[in-house]
Design a binder for this molecule. Structure first.
Ligand code: G
Ligand code: G
Ligand code: MN
Ligand code: NA
Length: 254
């Protein structure tokens, strides 16, 4: 109970951060970054989404948390507009299903993005298949409204959820994110290799970029490359880092 109260204060009081993890193409050029929630807790240290999100869900704080994350994402994107090398970098933000299910929250979200005045393609919304478990038609309409505003869309953790291919016919996502569990199994489990191959081919055929997540070893990157993968994210390329470190990291890459 104490920690829940602290989370409400942390949202208001500046203890939350977005860590940024680069996504790179086959040549190592940076395609964008994914924003990942962190809580610098004064006593417990750095808390991850696995610790923060269940707490936020239990305490009804997912929407305030989502509002905060979007505000912070827009703030970063606006600051980058003034920095050479960052001004075109897309930032991907994970949305909670509640942000697309709750009408008022969704309208706030759109208003926030419009106020930020970002160029098309700078902001990417990642959703998981779980978002379609309820109000699927309304979610579809809302994601289409996001796209009209120039927000790109990504289907996260692809292959681990309710995985209906119908989502892909009804809603053309810009990206599919191949879940890290399949990448992890690449060298040991022939079925993971086949699944990765199939997801990559599905993405190619439907005109969606497939981003492989959780790439931890050069062997994994090499195998994905051989399957035609063109976008990679994971600790082998870069771990999630504080926003202040990103310009330094980018300069080293160039
Ligand atoms: O950083 P880590 O790998 O522990 O993140 C785990 C998961 O938490 C991510 O895959 C992502 O789906 C989710 N996540 C990270 N940041 C956010 C956020 O700001 N909002 C929501 N809703 N989910 C997030
Ligand atoms: O949205 P999603 O949960 O897929 O976000 C990616 C998650 O994967 C983040 O929580 C991030 O911290 C985590 N992650 C980043 N790099 C790696 C990696 O190389 N391996 C694994 N297993 N996870 C990673
Ligand atoms: Mn994600
Ligand atoms: Na994921």
């Amino acid at each position: 109970k104490g920690l829940a109260l602290e989370l409400a204060r942390a949202i208001a009081g500046g203890q939350l951060r977005l860590a940024l993890q680069p996504q790179c193409d086959a040549q190592g050029r940076v395609l964008g970054v994914e924003a990942l929630l962190r809580w610098s807790h004064p006593r417990r240290g750095e808390l991850s989404p696995a610790e923060i999100l269940p707490l936020a869900r239990a305490e009804g704080l997912l929407l305030p948390l989502g509002d905060w994350a979007l505000r912070e994402a827009c703030r970063l994107l606006q600051a980058w507009q003034l920095q050479l090398g960052l001004r075109e970098l897309p930032l991907a933000l994970n949305l909670s299903p509640a942000q697309l299910h709750d009408g008022a929250a969704f309208e706030r979200l759109l208003a926030q993005v419009e106020r930020a005045g970002l160029a098309p393609g700078r902001l990417v919304f990642e959703v998981t298949e779980a978002v379609f478990a309820e109000q699927a038609e309304r979610v579809r309409e809302r994601l289409l409204r996001c796209r009209k505003l120039g927000i790109a869309t990504a289907l996260d953790d692809f292959g681990t959820g309710y995985s209906s291919l119908a989502y892909l016919t009804e809603l053309p996502f810009d990206q599919l994110k191949l879940d890290a569990s399949f990448v992890r199994g690449l060298g040991r489990d022939a079925r993971c290799l086949r699944i990765a191959e199939t997801v990559l081919s599905l993405g190619q055929r439907l005109g969606m970029q497939v981003v492989a997540e959780g790439v931890e070893t050069p062997a994994q990157r090499q195998q994905l490359l051989a399957l035609g993968c063109t976008a990679f994210q994971g600790r082998w390329l870069a771990a999630p880092m504080p926003a202040a470190e990103l310009p330094v990291w980018l300069a080293r890459q160039a």
